[in-house]
Design a protein around this ligand. Structure first.
Ligand code: SAM
Length: 276
């Protein structure tokens, strides 16, 4: 990027009115051969020219304008400003993630957590991923830990990619996918480890996680937390709900994943639960 930025600047300084060149994005996200570009309002009248130059210099097929990730399915709302194909295969940590970047979230800030999952489980464990997405967190477990994984994803479109990714990464023998709402998952008292990679409302799913968990299990509990409630939250809520359902909870580790919004953090807690 050291050489790329001056090159982009040089080309666009001939096409944009003076002053606007300084507003060009200096950071962007590349997923496979697709670029997500944050563009300020002032640049919008020139968005096509700008996107074309970034695409050519960076060698990507499609450029999306960064927007918001919203709703139950955590779907991105990004505008296509160059190219048309939004499906790509992103390689990270030796894993192939196929996805539609315009419709499925893939957060670069979660990379550490995806990589951490590669060595988290033992081969004899059964892991249940309650919010699997395209297999963001559970493909590394199936591939590198060799544990058995059940991946649950409610959105049918995302599920299609989850199934493809299981095949692309050749983990069919250990990873099974369900296209259902995790609250409908029938397994009880089966999981050694549970992934809850969700935000905003994750606490609502704790009772279901405890139902799926064995009498003793580890839960990787993600949630978004207002800074003023930290560090007590979100463990205080987790522990309270666990006790209401006959489980004790022990906090093994807690980590900040990223800033989610001003004053709000996305955190992950590793919690050991055991039946009282
Ligand atoms: N766990 C991955 C991660 O942390 O990178 C993907 C997270 S994505 C934010 C959450 C996924 O959970 C979405 O694909 C969404 O469709 C799915 N989801 C939301 N509610 C669900 C539910 N009740 N049951 C199953 N999947 C659900």
């Amino acid at each position: 990027t050291q050489l790329i930025k001056p090159r982009i600047r040089e080309i666009l300084s001939k096409k944009l009115p003076e002053g606007l060149v300084d507003l060009l994005p200096k950071h962007w996200v590349q997923i496979g051969d697709i670029l997500i570009l944050p563009l300020r309002e002032e640049l919008l009248p020139y968005k096509y020219e700008i996107a074309k130059v970034y695409a050519e210099v960076l060698g990507v097929k499609t450029v999306l304008r960064k927007g918001w990730i919203l709703g139950e399915f955590r779907e991105p709302h990004y505008e296509i400003i160059y190219g048309s194909d939004t499906i790509t295969i992103h390689k990270e940590n030796g894993i192939l993630y196929k996805l539609d970047v315009a419709r499925i979230m893939f957060s670069p800030a979660n990379v550490k957590e995806r990589v951490r999952m590669s060595s988290i489980a033992k081969p004899n464990e059964l892991v249940v991923d309650m919010f699997a997405g395209i297999g963001h967190l559970s493909l590394p477990i199936a591939k590198y830990c060799k544990a058995k994984v059940i991946a649950i994803e409610k959105n049918p479109y995302t599920f299609k990619f989850l199934v493809e990714n299981i095949e692309l990464n050749k983990v069919q023998d250990r990873m099974t996918a369900y296209n259902i709402d995790n609250r409908e998952f029938p397994g009880k008292n089966i999981a050694d480890r549970i992934l809850m990679g969700y935000v905003i409302k994750t606490h609502e799913f704790i009772p279901k996680a405890l139902e799926i968990a064995k009498d003793e299990a580890v839960i990787h509990y993600h949630n978004t937390v207002p800074e003023k409630l930290m560090p007590e939250e979100p463990f205080a809520t987790f522990e309270k709900i666990a006790r209401q359902h006959g489980y004790e909870a022990e906090l093994l580790e807690s980590k900040i994943i990223k800033r989610y919004a001003p004053g709000v953090w996305h955190v992950v807690l590793d919690v050991r639960v055991y039946k009282k």
